[in-house]
Design a protein around this ligand. Structure first.
Ligand SMILES: C[S@@+](CC[C@H](N)C(=O)[O-])C[C@H]1O[C@@H](n2cnc3c(N)ncnc32)[C@H](O)[C@@H]1O
Length: 445
């Protein structure tokens, strides 16, 4: 997309079309690429209808994905220009905050699951089923419907759209709402206080989150609230399984995993802070020569083992309770890969140094570390604004929750060098293979 829509102050009196027209043309062009692809592959067109798929535009085709990102980029700019500076500010976050409250109420009272999948339901019946006052329920549902969740098919009757059906049928999606409302919102509400009180701190106890949650660090709070830990795990799983960050399948295809474990190096991948092991499972399904050790807190063992069982990977993917601030046990030393996905961005530099030092101690001469995290662009570094917005939002989420951060490539290399001068970035796989996260390969050189 041409830069006029975002950076250019020209009066548009020349031969270029005015920004609104230019953006509308871009939108038409990219929409047409997508529509034609879907038609020629006999795939349904994106629609709000409840039988529409949750991911209507496949992620696997690079050209299609690029068209989708360009479409999102152009619609974002067009939307902003159409609304204008004054209205943008006057209405800032107004509807989004109310949407967040609305969705959390609806999820809390199990409304999505109580709307039948194939037919409408009256407010009266839904109120009886969910024990939510009928009038109040109607107000929340009508708000949600302005954001395409549910549709009022006739007065007082609601049906699913593809959006609300996704929420109804996938518990992990409901945990995305829960996390934003129950944890991120209170933390963000304490940002001013945190920045004022702890301007230079990198301590995970001196965060906006800690100010909102009785002084506990994010993970201490999780450990003392096991239910909350499970919900968080489901949220991370959902967050990681689509376009927002890179899907497990994308990671399984994004790196030359086939080169590992072929030449007598054992093919052991230690998935450090691997959660329930969904990334190991995705890679393991594609690359049968690899074995995995998923390390995380003991609470996740049961979920992890049932995921492994479900995917028939017993014997190849093993769960191990291990704190990454302790040295690696014998079983995990000299592994082919130490894989850390969305781990280091949760910690400030001094904590990352501790984690990485322990890995360097465990590494053999052929071991590599692979980090899957965002590489922040330089200013105006070519990342589409809509994507950069998400990367920056993650960066500020890291600040609010952990006093941590997303890093630019320079910051990544500086971190590795501060741990061991021999640690060098040997490969970075980013767009277009990966969407948002990059795969950063680091070796002892
Ligand atoms: C953002 S999640 C990432 C999980 C997984 N790597 C993924 O990409 O989905 C961070 C993970 O680090 C784990 N974790 C936090 N502190 C840890 C520690 N000290 N030792 C081991 N795991 C830890 C959490 O339980 C959580 O599963």
């Amino acid at each position: 997309m041409r830069s006029t829509s975002l950076n250019d102050n020209s009066d548009n009196m020349g031969s270029n079309p005015p920004p609104l027209t230019h953006l509308a043309q871009e939108i038409a062009k990219h929409a047409s690429i997508i529509t034609t692809y879907l038609q020629s592959h006999n795939l349904p067109q994106p629609s709000f209808a409840s039988d529409s798929p949750a991911h209507p535009i496949p992620e696997t085709d690079e050209k299609l994905s690029a068209a989708r990102l360009a479409l999102i980029e152009a619609t974002k700019a067009l939307h902003a220009l159409a609304i204008g500076p004054s209205e943008t500010t006057r209405l800032f976050a107004f509807t989004n905050l109310c949407h967040l409250g609305t969705m959390q109420v609806l999820c809390h009272f199990n409304v999505p699951q109580n709307v039948p999948l194939g037919s409408p339901i009256s407010l009266n019946e839904l109120s009886t089923k969910t024990k939510l006052n009928e009038h109040v329920l109607g107000r929340f549902l009508r708000m949600a419907a302005t954001n395409y969740f549910f549709v009022e098919t006739k007065p007082g009757y609601f049906s699913h759209t593809a959006w609300s059906k996704n929420l109804a049928t996938d518990e992990k999606m409901r945990q995305c709402i829960w996390f934003r409302h129950a944890e991120l919102l209170p933390a963000v509400g304490k940002l001013v206080e945190a920045v004022e009180k702890y301007p230079e701190s990198d301590d995970p106890k001196q965060t906006a989150f800690a100010l909102a949650f009785g002084g506990e660090t994010f993970f201490d709070y999780k450990e003392s609230n096991p239910d909350n830990m499970v919900r968080f795990g489901q949220f991370v799983d959902a967050f990681a399984s689509g376009y927002v960050v890179d899907s497990p399948d994308n990671i399984a295809r994004g790196y030359p995993w086939e080169d590992i474990g072929r030449s007598g190096d054992g093919g052991l991948v230690v998935d450090v802070g691997g959660g329930i092991g969904h990334i190991s499972v995705a890679i393991g399904k594609e690359h049968s020569q690899l074995r995995f050790l998923v390390q995380d807190f003991e609470d996740l063992r049961k979920q992890s083992e049932s995921l492994v069982l479900k995917n028939g990977l017993m014997g190849r993917v093993k769960f191990m309770a291990h704190d990454f601030f302790n040295g690696q046990p014998e079983e995990a030393r000299g592994a082919s890969v130490y894989f850390l996905r969305n781990i280091l961005h949760n910690w400030s530099d001094s904590y990352c140094q501790k984690i990485l030092k322990l890995l360097v101690e465990a590494m053999g001469k052929d071991s590599r570390i692979i980090i899957c995290d965002i590489v922040l662009p330089e200013a105006n570094g070519g990342m589409p604004k809509a994507q950069e917005e998400r990367a920056r939002a993650l960066d500020l989420t890291m600040l609010s929750m952990f006093n941590a951060k997303e890093r630019s490539l320079e910051e990544w290399q500086a971190l590795f060098s501060s741990v061991d001068e021999r640690l060098k970035i040997t490969n970075v796989i980013g767009r277009p293979k990966m969407r948002m996260d990059c795969l950063i390969e680091v070796r002892l050189m």
